[in-house]
Design a binder for this molecule. Structure first.
Ligand code: TRP
Length: 437
């Protein structure tokens, strides 16, 4: 891997809903801020292929893509600085997904959180383990890995729930490098980045603000009126105006803090302790939030009225993104052997796959008499052992297993013909055993 001067930061936003205040404070605002750091190259994209996993309503997909894109642009994303694009405009992504799928262990996908949560829920209600689970959900982490490694991202800012997926991407990238890199790292190994200093915004009921809890404050939707109504519904205790209140036990104060200066935070706390009523505190919060959100909302509405501007921005982003993805994908296709047929593969590269050490192999087969046989060949193809003639496949499997674990000692009394000098057989068996460890 060549050392780059800049760090690539990449993150995706699943386009399955309408952004709320929590999305803005927890993801959009910190990402835009981070994109302004020197030495950082940011890739932000709309994960619309991921959205299809859980949503089969085309109108909602269409609307959410526009709303989320318009939100990012309205919030001040600088598309000259940042590569901002749609996942579905990058054909290299599904192409790479397949290549990664072929080197991903199925067992690892069985353990992915999103899939496991779905199977656990099925089991809990006595359903078939895979009821209503599509292959998209199952392969979700592989598509996500492709998103990340296609751009050789170093850092991936995500919520805690996504950390396992980034680790899986790292594993897959490592495996791919090992199998096909021939000593060179094709992919950068990504690292998850959890924003520790970004407070998680509570919702109306004090739990994390989330569409699934139905406790959100809208960001732009419904205008200032909807903002005011939502803030009015934030749960507080029932202390009356004039009574001293504890500012630190209230979701309202945390939401206020997310937009306030240090001075504003202090004075709200002082006033609540001195008996400021919750109604007045809410009014203050609405005014503060509106002072930040109002100007963005105007830009948002302008963009929503002109979707073609958003489309243009995204297509320009896709061109920038593909300028990175295409050359890498060319290298990757080459590495796995999807190459132009211009010259016959040399004997050397024809025999051993690049990056892979050739190994001795056992091959089992069945003959016309219905009996089970096997052959054992050295890495260079020399036939070393030929055996079997068993009535049961299991017997021949067992013998192979013993040869692998016990070495030539297992030849004693076995139905095997030795076709090469014993030390050569012994060396081949131990090379295989070393690989299996
Ligand atoms: N799965 C992520 C989420 O739901 C979104 C996503 C898709 C993503 N691809 C990604 C995030 C790649 C980071 C990197 O939050």
């Amino acid at each position: 891997m060549t050392e780059r001067a800049s760090q690539r930061v990449l993150t995706g936003i699943t386009t399955s809903g309408t952004p709320h205040l929590g999305n803005y404070v927890g993801a959009i605002r910190p990402a835009i801020k981070a994109s302004l750091e020197p030495g950082v190259e940011s890739f932000f994209f709309l994960a619309d292929y991921h959205a299809l996993i859980k949503c089969d309503d085309p109108a909602r997909i269409e609307r959410s893509r526009l709303e989320i894109a318009a939100t990012w642009l309205a919030a001040g994303l600088d598309t000259d600085r940042v590569t901002f694009y749609r996942q579905s405009d990058i054909p290299e992504t599904p192409e790479l997904t397949w290549l990664l799928t072929c080197v991903t262990a199925k067992g690892q996908m069985n353990r992915a959180h999103a899939y496991k949560a779905a199977t656990d829920a099925n089991l809990a209600i006595g359903e078939d383990i895979d009821a209503n689970i599509n292959m998209g959900l199952y392969s979700y982490p592989i598509l996500m890995a492709a998103d990340i490694v296609l751009f050789n991202a170093h850092r991936v800012p995500v919520g805690r729930d996504q950390v396992q997926h980034i680790e899986m991407a790292r594993d897959v990238a490592q495996r791919f490098n090992h199998l096909f890199g021939q000593g060179k790292d094709i992919f950068v190994l990504p690292r998850a980045e959890i924003e520790e200093d970004v407070a998680m915004l509570p919702g109306l009921d004090g739990r994390k603000m989330s569409k699934s809890y139905d406790n959100t404050v809208p960001l732009f939707e419904g205008g200032p009126k909807a903002l005011k109504e939502a803030v009015a519904r934030i749960v507080t205790d029932s202390l009356l105006p004039g009574e001293a209140k504890d500012p630190d036990s209230s979701a309202l104060v945390t939401i206020y803090d997310a937009f306030a200066t240090a001075d504003q935070r202090t004075s709200l706390r002082t006033d609540l302790r001195a008996g400021l009523g919750w109604g007045d505190a809410k009014q203050r919060a609405v005014e503060l939030i509106e002072s930040h959100v109002g100007p963005m909302r105007a830009r948002y509405e302008e963009l929503m009225a002109h979707p073609e501007r958003v489309e243009d921005a995204l297509m320009a982003g896709a061109a920038k993104a593909r300028a990175v993805a295409e050359p890498l994908m060319r290298e990757v296709r080459q590495a796995v052997g999807l190459r132009k047929m211009v010259a016959a593969p040399s004997a050397k590269s024809g025999k051993a796959e690049p990056g892979k050490q050739a190994l001795p192999v056992f091959k089992q087969y069945r003959e016309g008499d219905g009996r089970f046989h096997f052959k054992f060949s050295a890495a260079d193809g020399t036939l070393l052992l030929q055996g079997g003639g068993f009535a049961e496949g299991r017997e021949s499997g067992l013998l192979i297993k013993r040869l692998k674990t016990e070495g030539i000692a297992a030849l004693q009394g076995a139905l095997v013909e030795v076709l090469a000098p014993l030390p050569q057989v012994e060396a081949a068996l131990s090379a295989l055993a070393a690989q299996d460890e």
